[in-house]
Ligand binder design. Structure first.
Ligand code: HEM
Length: 451
């Protein structure tokens, strides 16, 4: 049937003119509860309006498979949602995460080999070393913000492995990254006509200026030093030549440095933070994990060679990424009017894919609210339906750092669990804040108990 004769998907009821804007605004981030409720009430492909924009949510593995893989050319990363760059594109330009298909492909080809398991194995030692550096500040009985600690250690690791950046150079970048994340979420969840976003635009320009200056100084420093003998991402980007033998433009290098910095630490930091939260809630699972790390490590630092012998550690991480996926939802823009799931969808509208909603659907997971790492045992994992578990996204734009991040999480978790038990502070409520990544709203205060 041609698209124009197909029905429109059900639309969530909303207010005149603003549609569902209030539900979006009330969430102070990605409105997962509203989306999940709407899906349950109106079906697996549902439409909602926020101001002048149309959004769709797709909620079955089959539909998601169509969007992310089978019909990837019809659903773009960027699109005609605004006349100017908004969202992450404001800050990361045409880097690998935000670039659209034609500009993305050569970048993925260039960067992918650096993220190959063969290449990242050299980072194992750095990961354990920074983990140990973090623990040198920990004291038995003290209270710490574990989210801040995980952000710190993952930032040291990404900065050194990808860019050879000194740890003292990271704090300014961290606060710029925080404001970029806040503005991006406002762009996506409180869309306003261009003439109403002047304040947001001004803050974005300031943030961009800070980030550009930091990266430019850093590139200049590297150029002054000349040949470093390093094989990191920054060296690769700076040494790449186009067909005419010309170096890549500074914008290209800068966008990708910012992208990898942005995408490469906050995500893993949040995953590890939630791991400690769920372990504290489930002492029997924590005890099993500690048995494993004690047997394998016997008190020494974890190495890459230990990872295959720490399967339960990895299962705990995977289950955390199921129950609290760091990226709870991500968007695609529909290029032209099209048919999906028997409905007509409008070109220019945004489709949300939500790992959180897929991971909490009882059709694909038994008892989805229960934290149970055995879902990911060698025996059970193959039974998970394809495209029902998407912590790293799917299709050609799947996370390029997935192996890096799992390896980093496994090393840090094994190290920390071998030395400490972490408990929650009684009476402190921990609430998720769903920006681009999901973090605990007010950090995660925990008490340290030296083992
Ligand atoms: C637990 C940790 C992580 C999670 C949950 C995560 C999640 C994701 C997701 C869901 C996407 C797909 C977004 C989309 O399709 O729109 C993505 C893409 C991406 N991630 Fe990650 N990520 C993690 C760690 C990392 C790390 C450590 C790096 C870098 C070292 C990284 C770099 C990237 C890049 C560059 C892309 C864009 C890939 C492309 O479009 O070709 N991520 N990530």
């Amino acid at each position: 049937m041609p698209p124009q004769t197909l029905p429109q998907p059900p639309t969530a009821p909303g207010l005149p003119l603003i549609g569902n804007a209030l539900s979006f605004r009330a969430a102070h981030g990605i409105p997962i509860d509203f989306m999940q409720k709407t899906m349950r009430q109106y079906g697996d492909l549902v439409h909602f309006k926020v101001m002048h924009l149309s959004f769709y949510l797709v909620s079955t593995p089959d539909l998601v498979h169509e969007v992310l893989l089978k019909r990837v050319n019809e659903f773009h990363k960027t699109g005609a949602i605004s006349t100017k760059p908004i969202g992450l594109g404001r800050f990361l330009g045409n880097g690998i995460l935000t670039a659209d298909h034609a500009e993305w492909k050569p970048q993925r080809k260039l960067i992918q080999p650096l993220m190959h398991t063969k290449h990242i194995t050299q980072y194992g030692e750095t990961m354990a070393r920074f983990g140990e550096q973090l623990l040198s500040d920990w004291q038995d009985g003290s209270e710490r913000d574990i989210h801040a600690d995980m952000t710190q250690v993952t930032m040291w690791i990404i900065a050194e492995t990808m860019f050879g950046m000194n740890v003292n150079q990271t704090p300014a970048m961290e606060s710029a990254a925080e404001s970029a994340q806040r503005i991006t979420v406002a762009d996506l969840t409180t869309p306003l006509p261009d003439w109403l976003t002047k304040g947001r635009d001004r803050e974005a320009t300031q943030t961009n200026d800070i980030m550009t200056q930091l990266v430019d100084d850093f590139m200049a420093e590297r150029r002054t030093k000349g040949e470093t003998g390093r094989h990191d991402l920054l060296t690769l980007l700076m040494e790449t030549r186009d067909e005419d033998g010309q170096p890549m433009p500074d914008d290209f290098v800068r966008d990708n440095i910012l992208t990898l910095f942005f995408a490469g630490h906050e995500t893993t930091a949040n995953t590890l933070t939630w791991v400690f939260y769920y372990l504290a809630k489930h002492p029997e699972i924590e005890a099993e994990l500690q048995r494993e790390v004690d047997t394998v490590l016997g008190g020494r630092l974890p190495t890459l060679a230990d990872l295959p012998n720490l399967p339960y550690t990895l299962m705990v991480i995977k289950e955390t990424m199921r129950i609290q996926p760091t990226v709870s939802a991500f968007p695609r823009t529909i290029v032209d009017d099209l048919e999906l799931g028997g409905y007509q969808l409008k070109g220019g509208a945004v489709v949300f894919v939500s790992p959180y909603i897929l991971h909490h659907d009882p059709r694909w997971w038994s008892d989805p609210q229960t934290f149970d790492p055995t879902r990911f045992s060698a025996e059970n994992e193959p039974n998970i339906p394809k495209y029902a578990y998407l912590p790293f996204g799917g299709g050609p734009r799947i996370c390029i750092g997935n192996h890096f991040s799992l390896m980093e999480s496994q090393i840090l978790l094994a190290l920390i669990a071998s030395r400490y038990t972490l408990s929650l502070i009684p009476g402190v409520v921990v609430e998720p804040l769903r920006h681009i990544t999901t973090s605990p709203k007010d950090g995660l205060a925990m008490r340290l108990h030296r083992r």
